[in-house]
Design a protein around this ligand. Structure first.
Ligand SMILES: [Zn+2]
Length: 58
């Protein structure tokens, strides 16, 4: 499982930082708000990406 990003998949920048924010996702069931979600953000292009795929339904 890939949990760390060495470089940004979008721009190749290595300034990847781990952040914790509240995100809102649009799903089939409507908007789902996820508080304190940890993900990675590129310091250069501000692209947000996740270290692991969150396909689990809990
Ligand atoms: Zn980037």
């Amino acid at each position: 499982m890939k949990s760390n990003w060495d470089s940004c998949p979008m721009c190749g920048c290595i300034k990847i930082k781990r952040v914790k924010k509240t995100l809102t996702f649009n799903t089939k069931k409507g908007k789902v708000k996820v508080p304190n979600l940890e993900f990675y953000e590129c310091d250069s292009c501000k692209e947000q990406f996740f270290g692991e795929k969150a396909n689990n339904k809990n």
